[in-house]
Design a protein around this ligand. Structure first.
Ligand code: PNS
Length: 160
């Protein structure tokens, strides 16, 4: 049976930390579906199409990843895609409480879907889309935290 994981998130935008998690996940799973939550209530820097494009560009050399969007419950989407697990990255302790809540709520909603946490590489411990956007907004250099194409788009978006 093919082992499939859903790697869900906002990916606004994709960072080197996300790519690191996807690559690690591919050692455990045959296929990873990177799925962007369609969330009109959350303000984003990039449109869903732009985020999908950046994911596609950034992972062009990596086999067995696909990109998709979903709305509604993650566990319903996971079941629909016949995934065995949800993959999430864990950085510092600060991630733990939210991730723990999310995983337990997902388990309560559907006991068939397991959550697998992977530790990011140490160099990405402090990398998050939010902090990258915050720095880049004021002209900060984030070029070593995101793929080159993403860096280019962030700079253009903020007028640098
Ligand atoms: O990268 P993010 O924004 O922290 O990802 C959060 C995400 C998309 C994984 C989470 O918000 C999610 O799965 N939302 C879908 C609705 C859902 O199933 N929520 C969990 C149970 S209430």
């Amino acid at each position: 049976m093919e082992r499939i994981a859903i790697y869900p998130g906002s990916f606004d935008p994709v960072t080197n930390g996300h790519i690191d998690i996807a690559k690690r996940g591919l050692k455990l799973f045959d296929r990873i579906i990177i799925a962007i939550l369609l969330n009109p209530g959350k303000q984003s820097l990039f449109t869903v199409d732009e985020r999908l494009e950046m994911l596609d560009e950034s992972m062009s050399g990596i086999d067995n990843v696909e990109f998709d969007t979903f709305d509604g419950l993650l566990v319903d989407y996971a079941q629909k895609r016949k995934a065995n697990a949800v993959l999430r990255g864990m950085r510092a302790v600060s991630d733990f409480e939210y991730e723990f809540q999310l995983a337990l709520m997902n388990r309560k909603l559907n006991r068939e879907v397991e959550t697998v946490f992977l530790m990011t590489g140490l160099r990405w411990i402090f990398t998050s889309s939010s902090i990258i956007k915050e720095a880049a907004r004021f002209g900060g250099d984030v070029s070593d935290m995101v793929p080159p194409g993403v860096n280019h788009r962030i700079k253009a978006r903020f007028g640098f």
